[in-house]
Design a protein. Structure first.
Length: 447
């Protein structure tokens, strides 16, 4: 990486003249419903850095919304994709098959939790993985109901939008929603729905799943329970260690499939290949996307042979599902994560960031909570630590101040008051130090 691309550097006003020109073209041709976080256009990206069309260089703490765990334009992945592009772009696996699809399925069957025969189907996006998992769960169990969590995010299609908790902007005005979706409070210890404190609470939020199954529904009507091991858009809430064990036991008791949504938390983000591995439980189905293929659209549903084989021929699939370019990217991505121990790197990164963020929490009262697993870390901002009133405007100000100094970050949380970190795991120590300094300056400016 050239020296001028190794650090954040702002050389024009933001947005610069070329980005302003492109922004005008974008506003004339793309609907406002397709949001953007920062008003600049990328020219190139490498590792954890993005350079815009005006020459401004940013440290990327967004990672394409959790997609770029192995870094932007990883040379090995670029080479693999180019080699596949020389052979063919597309045949549709549903028409003429190709080996890379099968190899991705085989690899996911091997590395996902659970020592039992599995099968994997590939689709294009996280939302498609969720949709297909629920289709399969309903088909296998012959039951209609799905239980999800408050604060969840599972996508933007009709069914996944229904599963998603946050109304604005994801659901507002788009109803009616899909039927047979039910919601229970999430394990959000900082804002407990039951007004309790861990561990004295006895993890009531987990026991509540059984109450809802028996009182609001009926055990023989529930197909599956779906949850993110660490909630992403909801604000990076990490459940108590025993929460998933209780949930797993309840699902097993009533023959309900437990679906693990690893779309944002998977592939070394939390310091393990899959975040659910932190909780020593085995889900029935594992959903992956985002960093699976390092920026190319690919997602997967992996589950027990018996469950996955229950659907009749032609019942699942799609024209672009398991595109060959994305498949070779996924195979190389997983190889890099395993070979270069990005799980270990994530743990080291996370420890450094957690130490700095908690030191900031001691200095700045606007920081109410710091939480996370591995490098999947969030900082929740509040107006008052006693009342925990969300500091939504201040979170926006922090994000804007970071951007002006060359750091791209994302907000999250049901109140949009959480700053989340999805930095590529290949970031250098120098880049991380600069990013954390920029972030602290931004927090200090609003404290």
């Amino acid at each position: 990486m050239s020296e001028d691309f190794a650090r954040a550097k702002i050389v024009t006003e933001l947005p610069g003249p070329k980005s302003r020109e492109m922004l005008a073209k974008r506003l004339a041709n793309v609907p406002q419903g397709v949001f953007y976080t920062v008003p600049v256009f990328a020219d190139r990206a490498r590792g954890a850095m993005i350079q815009d069309v005006d020459g401004n260089v940013f440290i990327d703490f967004a990672g394409g919304i959790g997609v770029i765990n192995v870094g932007h334009a990883n040379p090995e992945i670029v080479e693999a994709v180019k080699a596949q592009a020389d052979r063919f772009f597309h045949t549709s696996f549903n028409v003429v098959m190709y080996e890379s699809y099968v190899d991705v399925a085989k690899k996911l069957n091997e590395i996902t939790p659970g020592d039992f025969p599995k099968k994997t189907m590939l689709v294009n996006s996280g939302a498609e993985a969720v949709e297909n998992a629920i289709k399969i769960a309903r088909y296998y169990t012959k039951r209609p109901a799905v239980i999800t969590l408050e604060n969840a995010f599972h996508g933007r299609t009709l069914l996944t939008m229904t599963l998603t908790s946050k109304v604005k902007p994801y659901k507002y005005g788009f109803g009616p929603f899909a039927p047979e979706v039910y919601r229970i409070p999430a394990p959000y210890c900082y804002r407990c729905a039951f007004g309790l404190e861990y561990p004295a609470c006895g993890v009531r939020c987990a026991d509540n799943l059984e109450r809802v199954i028996n009182l609001d529904l009926a055990p023989d009507k529930v197909a599956c329970f779906i949850a993110e091991p660490v909630q992403g858009e909801g604000g990076f809430m990490v459940p108590p260690p025993e929460w998933f064990k209780k949930v797993r036991e309840i699902c097993t008791k009533y023959g309900i499939l437990y679906v693990d949504d690893e779309i944002q938390a998977g592939f070394a983000r939390t310091g393990k290949m899959f975040a659910v591995e932190h909780f020593d439980v085995v889900p029935d189905m594992v959903l992956t996307a985002k960093s699976l293929a390092a920026g190319l659209p690919l997602s997967a549903v992996t589950g027990p042979d018996e469950v996955m084989e229950s659907v009749h021929v032609g019942g699942v699939g799609g024209t672009y599902s398991g595109n060959p370019l994305a498949c070779v990217s996924a195979l190389k991505t997983i190889e890099i994560i395993e070979r270069d121990d990005l799980c270990g790197k994530s743990q080291v990164l996370g420890a450094k960031m957690m130490e700095r963020f908690r030191a900031m929490q001691d200095r700045y009262s606007v920081i109410g909570d710091v939480r996370g697993l591995g490098s999947m870390i969030a900082v929740e901002l509040v107006k008052d630590r006693t009342t925990k009133e969300p500091a939504s405007a201040e979170a926006g100000q922090v994000a804007e101040a970071c951007f002006k100094k060359g750091l791209v970050i994302l907000k999250a949380g049901i109140y949009s008051n959480v700053i989340r970190v999805l930095v590529p795991l290949v970031i250098t120590d120098e880049q991380l130090e600069q990013a954390l300094s920029i972030f602290e300056e931004a927090v200090a400016s609003v404290d």
